[in-house]
Structure formats: structure tokens, C-alpha cells
Design a protein around this ligand. Structure first.
Ligand code: ADP
Length: 384
């Protein structure tokens, strides 16, 4: 699954003039001979919000730090706008950066924290108060200018960190898991805040590192999916969700049934069943993986019917999640809350429409879908 090279190369004379986007041109980073970022090709258009999504250790932060100038690539070039910044020090790159732990100076008032970054940026002294006021206004923190960080909540501290990053008027804003330290409720509020902030600053490009698919799906114009030091997939949230190219994307972005099948012409066989699905460019005779989202699986007879035994029923409020064992494979179905859910062990039929299935050319790598929980244990986040 990792022998392909996903590339998001754009022509260098593209629309990046003026407003600044970010371009990774075959960027590799290694620590002690260990490649942790492998030939990354990725373009963030000016004003675009790009999420770097992937499990822990996949190289996301390393990619971000290569843009910021805190790690030196072993190979490749980094561009901000038209400028090759690969050899520039961080303070000359015109970037703002926000990290998980805020990194505010505890002995400085909010306004001084926000002013701090500008001193290295050659902003004239007389201009600093106006810039501080503007940044605090943008983040809704004007009333807290005289406070110390310890007098603020976690969410407020993170706003100050964002204000500090914005005060230098960066062309690109780098965010590294900025919401991870906040509790769930604050997080969704801050997510809405970040979206609003970006509407107020539509020219600023955002590169947003997260392992949380909800954050990526909510905020990003496009998502770059990373795994094992490599870019696995890149596309709009809708693209990746509806037309994933790899099993990894299918299981990491949303929830998926990944069924091992043998490809025929215009159909595939799964156990005893013959399923009608679009087979387009996948050669007949090979084994492949069929991806079907659980919420697109229906209960009862229909096209592409599969009959099996109910292994598990979970009530989730608005929905029921059914696990049905079909020929030794566990099929998940998310159904609107059932009046009379089936009993454990009951034989039921589930089905899905041909157009709701996506055939993935690579074979199932980690055994059958029943082994998917092992991937959860390995740190792959599932939404259900
Ligand atoms: P992610 O942000 O996706 O969690 P990182 O980019 O932080 O991943 O890390 C990628 C890999 O590089 C990990 O295996 C990590 O242990 C390793 N790594 C990161 N920073 C260093 C460092 N300074 N020295 C050695 N190894 C590092």
C-alpha cells in the first residue's frame, strides 16, 4: 500500500504570486538515518486551509516544522509564495505558528506576549500597539490585554497564542494540534472560532496539523492524509470521504466496511455473494477491497444483499449500529434508530446500492475487516 507516490505537484508559476501559499517540493527529513518525511509534494494554495491528517508519528509535525524553519530538509525545497525559504531562518519566513501548549510567557501580560514576536520582525516600535490591538480584536481578547496567562482559561490562552501569531501579519499560519489541550466542548467552540477567523483573514493560508478527522473535515478546504512518513492521499473532505483511493484513507477519514473481494466484470464476489459494483479500472481476476460506508448499508432485502448473523447491537441514541457476520466477515451497518432491533444471533439481511460502493485496487493488508479493531489499538482513530 505504500509503494505508490502520491504527488500534489503544481506548476511553480501558478496562482501563488502576491498572496502566499506553501509548496513542498519533494521534501524529505531524516533523524539519524531514519526517514520521517519521505519526498513530500504538496501545495497549499493562497488562502487555502489544508489539514495534515494522520496517526501519531506519521510525519505531520515534521512537515510543519520544515515550513517554519525548525528542521532542515535532507532533500527538497520549501516555498512560501514564490520564495524559496529552505535556507532562511524562521523569523524571516513570514509565518505565524501556534502549538498545542500555547507557549506563552507566564511573567508577561497578554499584550506583551502578543507584542513579543514583532520585536524580531523589525516592526517599528510606534506601530506595535496598533498591531497588538488589531490581533486582540481579531481573537476577541481585547478585554484581557492586561492579564497574565495564569489568569486565563485554556481556551483564552490559546486565543492569545493565535493573536501573537497573527500580530506579525503572516502570509501563512501554521497550527500544530492547536485544540488538543482543550476539553471536548471548548474544542468545538474554538473550531468554529478558527473558521470565523479565517473568514476574516481570507488571504492567509492555513496549514493545520491534526490526528482528529472531525477537525480536519470541519475546517479544511483540502486534507492531506499522512501515514508512515508519506502522503497517502490528498483531496477535499468530500472527495476523500466519498472516493477514497486507499484503504488507509477509507478507514482514517470516516468509518468504513472494507470487504475482501475478487473482481469480475461489472461485479465482484464476496464469499458466496455476487455483488454489483462499479469495477471501472480494476482488472478482472484480482483480489481487491470493497469500501462501503456503514451509514449506506440498509437493513432488509435489496440490491447487493448479504445475509448473516447479528453479532452485536449498539444503541447510539439517534442510530443503531449493527455488526453482522457474513461468511466470517463482520459488516457494520449504521441505521436510524430501530423500533425493534434484531436480537443477537438472529439471521438478517443487509444491502447497499451499487453506487455507494468504492472498489479499492490494493488488497486487504491487515487480514479481514474483523481485524480493524487492531488498527484502532495501533492509534488509528475511528469515529464510531
Ligand atoms: P506526527 O506529527 O505525525 O505525530 P512527527 O512529525 O512528530 O509525527 O514525528 C515523525 C517521526 O519522527 C516520529 O517517529 C518521531 O518519533 C520522529 N521524530 C520527531 N522529532 C524527532 C527528533 N527531534 N529526533 C528524532 N526523531 C524525531
Amino acid at each position: 500500500m505504500t509503494d505508490h507516490h502520491i504527488s500534489d505537484r503544481r506548476p511553480s508559476d501558478g496562482p501563488t504570486a502576491g498572496r502566499s501559499g506553501i509548496r513542498f517540493d519533494r521534501v524529505s527529513v531524516a533523524y539519524g538515518g531514519n526517514t520521517v518525511l519521505d519526498s513530500l509534494d504538496l501545495t497549499v494554495e493562497p488562502g487555502e486551509v489544508m489539514a495534515l491528517l494522520g496517526p501519531s508519528g506519521s510525519g505531520k509535525t515534521t512537515a510543519l516544522r520544515a515550513v517554519a524553519g525548525f528542521v532542515k530538509p535532507a532533500a527538497g525545497r520549501v516555498f512560501i509564495g514564490e520564495r524559496d525559504v529552505t535556507d532562511l531562518p524562521p523569523h524571516r519566513r513570514g509565518i505565524g505558528m501556534v502549538v498545542q501548549q500555547y507557549a506563552l510567557f507566564p511573567h508577561m501580560r497578554v499584550e506583551d506576549n502578543v507584542a513579543f514576536g514583532m520585536k524580531a520582525q523589525k516592526v517599528t516600535k510606534s506601530e506595535i500597539p496598533a498591531r497588538v490591538a488589531e490581533a486582540l480584536e481579531l481573537t476577541g481578547m481585547t478585554a484581557y490585554a492586561k492579564r497574565y496567562p495564569r489568569e486565563l482559561s485554556g481556551g483564552q490562552q490559546q486565543r492569545v497564542a493565535i493573536a501573537r501569531a497573527l500580530a506579525i501579519r503572516p502570509g501563512v499560519l501554521l497550527l500544530d494540534e492547536p485544540l488538543s489541550a482543550l476539553d471536548a466542548q471548548l474544542r468545538s467552540g474554538m473550531l468554529a472560532e478558527l473558521a470565523r477567523l479565517h473568514r476574516d483573514l481570507p488571504d492567509v493560508s492555513l496549514l493545520y496539523v491534526t490526528h482528529d478527522q472531525v477537525e480536519a473535515l470541519t475546517l479544511a478546504d483540502r486534507i492531506a492524509v499522512m501515514d508512515k512518513a508519506r502522503l497517502q492521499d490528498v483531496g477535499t473532505p468530500q472527495d476523500l470521504y466519498r472516493r477514497p483511493r486507499t484503504e488507509f484513507t477509507a478507514s482514517f477519514v470516516g468509518n468504513a466496511n472494507l470487504l475482501p473481494v475478487t473482481v469480475g466484470s461489472g461485479s465482484v464476489s464476496f464469499g458466496q455473494a455476487e455483488l454489483k459494483v462499479p469495477t471501472q479500472d480494476v482488472a478482472a481476476g484480482v483480489t481487491a477491497t470493497l469500501c462501503v460506508r456503514p451509514h449506506l448499508v440498509g437493513l432488509g432485502d435489496g440490491p447487493n444483499a448479504l445475509t448473516g448473523e447479528v453479532a452485536e447491537v449498539q444503541w447510539r441514541g439517534a442510530t443503531h449500529r449493527l455488526y453482522v457476520d457474513v461468511d466470517g466477515h463482520r459488516v457494520k451497518a449504521d441505521l436510524r434508530e430501530l423500533r425493534q432491533p434484531p436480537a443477537l444471533g438472529e439471521r438478517v439481511t443487509v444491502h447497499f446500492a451499487p453506487e455507494d460502493a468504492v472498489l479499492l485496487a490494493a488488497g486487504v493488508s491487515a487480514g479481514d475487516p474483523a481485524q480493524v479493531p487492531a488498527r484502532v489499538a495501533a492509534g488509528v482513530r475511528k469515529d464510531g
